[in-house]
Design a protein around this ligand. Structure first.
Ligand SMILES: C[S@@+](CC[C@H](N)C(=O)[O-])C[C@H]1O[C@@H](n2cnc3c(N)ncnc32)[C@H](O)[C@@H]1O
Length: 204
């Protein structure tokens, strides 16, 4: 029997995240999740945000785990994982059309800086005017970590070859045509960044 992948962090952070998603995604219809990981966030959020279509995505090696979680919840608005690896082969292939929202959790510090930059640019260019991007995770502010534990975590992941925690100012520079409209403080020294696309309708 296939054991579903499990993340304790997802169990801990899903409720505070949902509280914000409920508000900022109230009028959104079609969402892409980047880096769905285990799939636990998707199966918790989609039934509770039943007004929108939730499309999971990740690298192919994560798909069986995500599908195993999806199989256990019978909800029509939750969709099987799309293959989406930002920066793969240096291409720019966006996996789905006509989304008006994007969600990602704990991916920005895992990606290499060039991939995180590409994610900001790709999200910005694929959201219509008024579209929302929710980006959960640890960040630095003007180079300062929000806790000593985040600082150690950052050193640890960089040593392991991941990109490391990104600075808010850096993300703002990369987020062409998106305004950072909210920085919500979350438990465990994390933040939920809420970006809104401001590009003119003629370019959307
Ligand atoms: C720390 S996990 C977070 C998973 C889940 N979102 C969560 O909050 O538990 C990071 C995820 O980002 C994905 N990821 C890493 N690099 C990526 C890239 N370049 N493009 C898309 N996803 C990526 C990984 O496959 C992994 O599922």
């Amino acid at each position: 029997m296939f054991d579903k992948p499990f993340s304790q962090a997802c169990e801990n952070n899903r409720q505070p995240i949902l509280k914000i998603l409920n508000r900022v995604l109230a009028d959104k219809k079609k969402l892409l999740e980047i880096g769905s990981g285990t799939g636990q966030h998707a199966v918790y959020f989609a039934p509770r945000l039943s007004h929108l279509e939730w499309h999971t995505s990740d690298m192919p090696d994560k798909h069986s785990g995500i599908s195993a979680w999806i199989k256990e919840v019978a909800v029509n608005n939750l969709h099987q994982p799309l293959t989406f690896t930002i920066g793969a082969d240096g291409n720019n292939i966006w996996p789905i059309a006509n989304i008006d929202a994007v969600y990602t959790a704990n991916t920005t510090h895992i990606m290499q800086p060039s991939e995180a930059q590409l994610m900001m640019q790709q999200v910005a260019s694929n959201l219509p005017s008024g579209g929302i991007f929710c980006q959960y995770g640890p960040y630095t502010f003007q180079g300062r970590h929000s806790s000593e534990s985040n600082k150690s975590f950052d050193q640890h992941i960089i040593e392991k070859g991941y990109g490391g925690i990104r600075d808010i100012e850096e993300l703002i520079l990369w987020a062409n045509n998106m305004d950072l409209v909210e920085v919500v403080t979350m438990p465990a020294n994390n933040f939920l960044l809420v970006w809104q696309s401001i590009k003119s309708l003629s370019h959307s």
